[in-house]
Write a protein that binds this ligand. Structure first.
Ligand code: AMP
Length: 344
């Protein structure tokens, strides 16, 4: 792995630092949890971790800031409710680390218009919002790289949708190191289970997401009845007619969701029922809804309690900002020296 090689080449490059972020563009959902937060919670015991609420990134698509503060509080509370421990990890808000703007500026000189325009997320968002194709949207992967390498991170726990951004981050790092000297390790997308995850939407297409497809995304803020309603609406059909047939995508999706929250014997029961053509999707969805509720309800309750404790949330944010800025200042000193921008 690149970070190991670099460590050998330059012992001053760190090898095991974790960084990841989540945008406050809406409520936290099961996709965020299984794609990213579940790994945050595991990694905070094994690594030095920086987790960030990406409020600046959210401005690329959500320029109205009237709900920003309350969304940041919610995402903060929901991550902590999922098990993120601000005493173990540095948990902070992106806009509190002013150094990021500076690093973003330098990296922009190493990023090319052509490669940015080819980014899948840019093309998707430009298609969805042709009236707001701003430069921030185009350079989103550059800002993301600045966030990651600000802490000289090597491991980036993210969902599958971020794979291309991480590849771009490595390219920017290689260019920076080549031009100015070996300062940064190459960051890699990370998942404990090896393959990166994409949690599909309940309608069998796309993915669960904060801002689109509300009915096909399960949020931690959903009450029990909403969860039941959403799961029961998930697309199915009349069932397989041939033994051991291949599952259509939308059925595979329901199994995938079940694998995330249900017990092994329950999953096996429905796998066998599918294979011998006796499956009743209505029963399966009822079971999935109840298992989903079991999983979501305690997290929802904890988040609700945390949201009532403003003083605690502000304290977490304040401490996180302090720790993240200490780390950022150290990195920027190295960057300015490497670039010859250390005039004094
Ligand atoms: P976002 O909500 O886009 O700010 O993403 C925050 C984190 O959640 C990133 O690591 C994403 O890769 C991950 N994520 C978002 N949606 C999904 C999904 N449907 N499946 C898996 N991971 C996801």
């Amino acid at each position: 792995m690149a970070s190991e090689n670099q460590k050998k080449a330059n012992p001053n490059i760190p090898a095991n630092i974790v960084m990841s972020g989540i945008r406050p563009t809406g409520m936290v959902h099961l996709g965020n949890y299984f794609g990213a937060i579940r790994n945050y919670v595991k990694m905070q015991d094994d690594f030095e971790c920086f987790f960030m609420i990406a409020d600046l990134h959210s401005l690329t698509t959500h320029p109205d800031t009237s709900l920003l503060k309350s969304n940041v509080r919610r995402v903060l509370a929901e991550n902590i409710a999922c098990g993120l421990n601000p005493d173990k990890a540095t948990f902070y808000c992106q806009s509190h680390v002013y150094e990021t703007g500076e690093l973003y500026l330098y990296l922009n000189m190493l990023a090319y218009k052509g490669e940015l325009e080819k980014t899948v997320t840019f093309k998707d968002k430009a298609r969805q919002h042709p009236e707001n194709i701003n430069a921030g949207l185009l350079t989103y992967p550059v800002l993301q790289t600045a966030d990651i390498i600000m802490h000289r991170a090597t491991h980036v726990p993210v969902g599958k949708d971020q794979e291309q951004h991480l590849e771009m981050a490595r390219n920017f790092v290689v260019r920076f190191n080549h031009r100015y000297g070996e300062i940064f390790p190459e960051p890699h997308a990370f998942n404990y289970n090896q393959n990166l995850i994409k949690v599909p939407g309940l309608d069998g297409s796309g993915k669960m997401s904060k801002s689109e497809n509300n009915m096909s995304t399960l949020y931690f803020a959903d009450d029990d009845d909403t969860i039941r309603k959403k799961v029961m609406k998930a697309k199915t059909d009349s069932g397989p007619t041939e033994m051991n047939s291949t599952k259509p995508d939308y059925i595979e999706n329901i199994f995938l969701l079940m694998k995330l929250v249900s017990a092994e014997d329950v999953i096996q029961h429905y796998e066998s029922a599918f294979n011998n053509c006796t499956i009743r999707y209505g029963d399966m969805k009822k079971q999935l809804a109840e298992d989903m509720i079991q999983f979501v309800a305690p997290i929802r309750q904890k988040a609700t309690d945390l949201l009532e404790n403003d003083a605690y949330l502000l304290e977490v944010m304040g401490k996180g900002a302090q720790k993240a800025r200490e780390s950022a200042k150290k990195t920027m000193k190295l960057v300015r020296e490497a670039m010859g921008l250390n005039y004094f």
